[in-house]
Write a new protein. Structure first.
Length: 65
């Protein structure tokens, strides 16, 4: 079970920046999109950071139980 947690930790660390990158590639260069991205970054950046931290601790084996 601990090896599964470590593998999923790596998956979460990869998922966090990929999520942000996919959203940025879909954006169009207009003022509406810039406002929308301002809101998205304000909401999704803390979520992505949380996923990365969770993945890092899972990868290090902090959740051994």
């Amino acid at each position: 079970m601990n090896s599964v947690k470590k593998i999923l930790g790596i998956v979460w660390m990869i998922t966090a920046p990929v999520q942000m990158g996919l959203h940025q590639m879909a954006a169009k260069p207009s003022i509406d999109t810039k406002i929308q991205w301002g809101v998205f970054i304000g909401i999704f950046l803390p979520i992505a950071i949380g996923l990365f931290i969770f993945g890092y601790y899972a990868w290090r084996g902090e959740y051994k139980g």
